[in-house]
Design a protein around this ligand. Structure first.
Ligand code: FAD
Ligand code: AMP
Length: 481
C-alpha cells in the first residue's frame, strides 16, 4: 500500500523545510522530499539558501571583511600587526563547517518534529499523488491530502557566456574558488553579483562588474543606490553600467576569458581569469510537475498562486522562489508557515508590504516598504527625513560612519511608508523599521521611542525626528513648526 501523508512538501529550502516543521507542529503527518546534492554527491536539506546561497555567502563576506579590516583599518585603531596573510583553504573550511552544521541541524529538527525527510526527487503527478525517486533506489508513489511545491530556483544561464564550471561559473561556483583570481569579471551588478564581487575584491582580486542596465540598482531608493555606488567604487569595485555582455570566450581549459560587451554604440573587451554569471535566477518549475497536473505557470515559468499561495489546482500550493515576489529566504519561510497554518485550518497571511531586502556589502544596504521614486510615481503625498551615520557616535567609534537612514512617511497621516538604510549593520537596523511598519507606526512613534546611546539605532531615531524637521544632532534646513 502507498505511504500516505497529510502534507508532502517538495523541496527543503527555507520555504519547504520551515513549512514542513510548522505543519508537523500543527499535528499533521508530514513528509519533505529534497533532491539537493553537494559536490561530493551527498544529499543535504536546506536548499540554495543553506548550501549555496545566503549562509556560505555571508560566511565569506565576514571572513573577507575581517581580512580587509586587518590589512587596511587596524592601523587607524592604533593596532599594529605583522604582515596579514590569507589561508583561503582555512577560510573555505570554516564556511563549509557552518553549512554542514546548519544542514545537519535541519535533519535534527525534522526528527524532533516528526517530519519524514526524504532525500531524492519529487514530482506531482496528474493523479495528485507524488512520485518519489530516492537516489539509486526504486521510485514509489506517495499519497497526500495536500501537496506543497517548494522546488526553488536556479541560476539563469547566459547563452553568450555558457557555464563551464571552471573559468565561467555561477554563484555557487564563485563561492567555492580555491584560489583568489587575479582578475575577476562578474556579469550582473545585482544583489548576488555585488556580494560576490565584494568578497573577492576584499581578498585581493581586481573586480569588474558588467551591468546591462544604465541605472545602478533600480529597485533601490535612488539616493541610497547613489551613496552605495560611491562607496563600492571607492573600494575598487569597477562597476560598468550600460554594458551588455555579448560573448565570453575561454582560452584553453582554465582561461583566461575574453569578454565582449556593448557599451553605447561601441564594443569593448575585457580579459579576466574567472567570470561569474550572476544575471538572476529562474524558478525550477518544470521537473517538479508531470504532464496533466493542471498547475498553471506564468510566462516566466513561475507557478501561478493567489495571495495565500494556492495554485490553480485544489490541494496544491506553491511557495518560495518558485512563485511571484522577491526571491528571498525569509519571504519563502513566511509563505511556508502561512500554508502550513492554512492547511491545519488556521487563519494565516503574509504581509507582503513589509518584507525587508538586504544587500550584505560594506556598507550594507537594507530597506522595507516603498522607495521615494515609487511614491512619486503613484502620487502618494509623503515627507522624508534622513540622518547621516557621520553624525552618529557609535558609527564613528566603529570606524564605519558611512551612509544614512532615510524614512518616508505619509504627508498627512505620518504613517511610515518606507525605510531605506545604507550604512553599518543596516541588515539589523531594518528590523526596527519592519516592526514599526507591521504595527502601522507613524514616524512620530519612532521619534517618541527611547533608543539606547550610543547605538547605530539612534540614526533611525534621528531620521524619524527629521521627518518633521526636529533632528537633534544634525542641522536641518527644514525647521520644526
Ligand atoms: P531553494 O532554497 O532553492 O530550495 C529548493 C530545494 O528544492 C532545493 O534543495 C532543491 O534541490 C529542491 N528541489 C528542486 N526540485 C526538486 C524536486 N523535483 N524534488 C525534490 N527536491 C527538489 N536570500 C536571502 O533572503 N538572504 C540572503 O542573504 C541571500 N543570499 C543569497 C546568496 C546567493 C549566492 C544566492 C544564490 C541566493 C541568495 N538568497 C538570499 C536567495 C535565497 O537563497 C532564496 O530566496 C531561497 O533559497 C529560496 O528558498 P526556496 O525554499 O524557495 O528554494
Ligand atoms: P539580479 O536580478 O538582482 O540578480 O541582477 C542581475 C542583473 O544582471 C540585472 O541587473 C541584469 O540587468 C543584469 N544582466 C542580465 N543580462 C546581462 C548581460 N548580458 N550583460 C550584463 N548584465 C546583464
Amino acid at each position: 500500500m502507498a505511504r500516505s501523508f497529510d502534507v508532502i512538501f517538495i523541496g527543503a529550502g527555507p520555504a519547504g523545510y520551515v513549512g514542513a516543521i510548522r505543519a508537523a507542529q500543527n499535528g499533521l503527518k508530514v513528509a519533505c522530499i529534497d533532491s539537493w546534492k553537494n559536490r561530493d554527491g551527498t544529499n543535504a536539506f536546506g536548499g540554495t539558501c543553506l548550501n549555496a546561497g545566503c549562509i556560505p555567502s555571508k560566511a565569506l563576506l565576514e571572513s573577507s571583511e575581517l581580512y580587509h579590516r586587518a590589512r587596511e583599518e587596524f592601523a587607524v585603531h592604533g593596532i599594529r600587526v605583522g604582515e596579514v596573510g590569507l589561508d583561503l583553504a582555512a577560510l573555505q573550511a570554516r564556511k563549509a563547517k557552518i553549512v554542514t552544521g546548519l544542514t545537519a541541524g535541519i535533519k535534527a529538527l525534522f526528527q524532533a518534529n516528526g517530519v519524514t525527510g526524504l532525500p531524492g526527487r519529487g514530482r506531482l503527478l496528474a493523479s495528485g499523488k507524488v512520485a518519489y525517486s530516492p537516489e539509486g533506489g526504486t521510485s514509489e508513489e506517495l499519497e497526500a491530502r495536500e501537496v506543497v511545491l517548494a522546488s526553488g530556483s536556479e541560476p539563469i544561464p547566459l547563452s553568450a557566456a555558457p557555464f563551464d564550471g571552471v573559468a565561467i561559473v555561477d554563484s555557487w561556483g564563485a563561492l567555492d574558488f580555491e584560489a583568489v583570481p587575479k582578475r575577476l569579471g562578474v556579469i550582473g551588478a545585482g544583489v548576488i553579483g555585488l556580494e560576490l564581487g565584494s568578497v573577492w575584491r576584499r581578498l585581493g582580486s581586481e573586480v569588474v562588474l558588467l551591468e546591462a542596465l544604465p541605472e545602478f540598482l533600480p529597485a533601490v531608493d535612488t539616493q541610497v543606490a547613489k551613496e552605495a555606488l560611491r562607496h563600492f567604487a571607492r573600494q575598487g569595485l569597477d562597476i560598468r553600467l550600460g554594458s551588455l555582455v555579448t560573448e565570453a570566450k575561454v582560452s584553453g581549459k582554465k582561461g583566461p576569458v575574453l569578454v565582449r560587451y556593448r557599451k553605447g554604440t561601441g564594443e569593448e573587451t575585457l580579459e579576466v581569469d574567472r567570470l561569474v554569471v550572476a544575471v538572476g535566477r529562474r524558478p525550477r518549475s518544470r521537473d517538479v510537475l508531470a504532464e496533466g497536473t493542471e498547475v498553471r505557470l506564468d510566462a516566466r515559468g513561475f507557478v501561478e498562486v493567489d495571495d495565500r499561495c494556492r495554485t490553480s489546482r485544489a490541494h496544491v500550493w506553491a511557495i518560495g522562489d518558485l512563485v511571484r515576489g522577491p526571491m528571498l529566504a525569509h519571504k519563502g519561510s513566511e509563505e511556508g508557515v502561512m500554508v502550513a497554518d492554512l492547511i491545519a485550518g488556521r487563519n494565516a497571511e503574509v504581509n507582503y508590504a513589509t518584507i525587508p531586502s538586504v544587500i550584505y556589502t560594506a556598507p550594507e544596504v537594507a530597506w522595507v516598504g516603498k522607495t521615494e521614486q515609487a511614491l512619486q510615481k503613484e502620487g502618494t503625498p509623503f515627507k522624508a527625513g534622513s540622518f547621516p551615520f557621520s553624525a552618529n557616535g557609535r558609527a564613528k567609534a566603529l570606524e564605519a560612519a558611512q551612509g544614512f537612514v532615510k524614512i518616508l512617511a505619509h504627508r498627512e497621516t505620518d504613517e511610515i511608508l518606507g525605510v531605506h538604510i545604507v550604512g553599518p549593520a543596516a541588515s539589523e537596523l531594518v528590523a526596527e523599521a519592519v516592526l514599526a511598519m507591521e504595527f502601522q507606526a507613524s514616524a512620530e512613534d519612532i521619534a517618541l521611542t527611547v533608543h539606547a546611546h550610543p547605538t547605530l539605532s539612534e540614526a533611525t531615531h534621528e531620521a524619524a525626528l527629521a521627518v518633521d524637521g526636529r533632528s537633534l544632532h544634525a542641522i536641518q534646513k527644514k525647521k520644526a513648526d
